[in-house]
Design a protein around this ligand. Structure first.
Ligand code: V47
Length: 387
């Protein structure tokens, strides 16, 4: 109910009618049920509402309208070819200066071996991100991708954030579209969503002032989409940003998506403070993580998918998120470095069957997907995707 009026829902969760004591949510609920777009002010009201269950109801309504009971996961592997990085972002515990303790750069053979090791079930995706290395040329990364494609022709390569693309373009003295073309020729199939952080200049100045700014990140994503590459988008929250910064970030992504329709998934990322220059900040709470998923689902009406990245938010919170707006939990991952360097206590990876159980126990229907969200069917030693 909204106030005293019963809202008719269209086949979605009619068992539990909407109700709230928060007057600011009532007009928002009417807009959500009518399929109308929410505004900046609506975003602030959703972040500020004490009625988290009502916010979650609305996000779940939209999630079920888009995906029913389905929840997606994939069998993937992360490869981080180097942690050497010139950027020294205060938010990051992964990057190291060249030559300092703990820094590493994989030889190409080593990266290809890493891709093949540690897991018996055929992965459908390599997720490749790394530091902004001062000396490694674009050719190293292109050779890395070419070598992976040669060895694993069926595996989708999701590689290089917008920050890396812009950095490699500058180092190679190429334009961003030229760099993206070179990446595509080498075998890059899509791009991951990292490096977006928060677009606000004020916040970026504090957490990551040596990398591209928010509008450059958005422009690079636009160019990736124009080049025919799908990509993801992230938002880092739970540090020094406020609700206005979060809403601004989401609406800027929505604007680009209206133009290009190139984003597949939005992934909110909770700040992990350990071993970073912002180590004095507290971790986010489960409530903040759940609300972030719900608000993302409600504001990003043109994003097909909202990911509750289990490595970042724990498997337990990811399960709850599947009922608060998320429809995806990411994948097996196998070895995660960025969050574990920053204090994550989640396991390094999960088996396919554990992801299936996670989703099933959340009351959703698991669907193994490839990176482009096509259903994967497994045979004994390979897989096919529905096209
Ligand atoms: O870009 C870095 C963030 C991102 C910290 O596209 C941190 O499918 C929290 O983008 N605390 C990398 N976050 C991870 C990422 C990602 C993950 C899973 C799936 C996809 C996808 C993308 O992690 C970085 C940065 O925004 N990050 N350090 C930290 N201390």
């Amino acid at each position: 109910m909204i106030g005293d009026d019963v809202i008719e829902t269209t086949g979605v969760d009619e068992r539990r009618p909407f109700g709230t004591d928060d007057d600011r949510l009532k007009p928002i609920a009417a807009r959500v049920l009518a399929g109308e777009r929410l505004s900046f002010e609506d975003g602030l009201a959703l972040y500020g509402s004490p009625d988290i269950l009502a916010v979650g109801w609305l996000a779940n309504y939209v999630r079920e309208r888009m995906h029913g009971d389905l929840a997606y996961f994939n069998v993937n592997r992360h490869i981080n070819p180097t942690n050497v990085c010139v950027a020294a972002c205060r938010l990051c515990a992964f990057g190291r200066k060249k030559g300092t303790e703990g820094s590493y750069t994989m030889a190409l053979e080593q990266a290809w071996e890493t891709a093949a090791s540690g897991y018996s079930e055929a992965v459908t995706e390599f997720h490749i991100v790394g530091g902004l290395h001062p000396d490694l040329p674009l050719e190293y990364f292109l050779d890395l991708v070419r070598g992976l494609k040669e060895r694993f022709p069926l595996v989708h390569i999701k590689a290089f954030t917008m920050v890396e693309v812009a950095f490699l373009a500058r180092r190679a003295k190429l334009s961003i579209p030229q760099t993206l073309e070179r990446m595509k020729e080498a075998g890059v199939d899509s791009c991951p969503g990292g490096g977006a952080e928060i677009f606000s200049d004020r916040v970026r100045h504090i957490i990551c002032d040596h990398k591209i700014d928010g509008s450059e990140w958005l422009d690079t994503a636009r160019m990736a989409h124009q080049a025919g590459l799908k990509s993801n988008a992230t938002m880092l929250y739970g540090h020094v940003e406020n609700d206005e910064d979060r809403v601004d970030h989401l609406l800027k992504l929505r604007e680009v998506q209206d133009e290009t329709h190139g984003f597949q998934t939005f992934i909110p990322l909770a700040f992990h403070p350990d071993n970073t220059a912002l180590g004095f900040l507290p971790r986010t709470s489960g409530m903040t993580d759940i609300r972030q998923i719900a608000v993302s689902r409600l504001l990003l009406d043109n994003f097909p998918h909202i990911k509750a990245y289990w490595q970042m938010m724990t498997a337990q919170i990811a399960q709850i998120a599947l009922r608060f707006g998320a429809d995806d939990v990411d994948g097996t991952v196998i070895e995660e470095k960025i969050y574990h360097d920053a204090g994550a206590t989640t396991p390094q990876g999960m088996r396919r069957q554990d992801l299936v159980r996670l989703i099933t126990e959340a009351g959703r229907v698991p669907v193994e997907r490839d990176t482009l969200y096509r259903a994967v069917t497994r045979t004994e030693d390979s897989f096919t995707v529905a096209v």
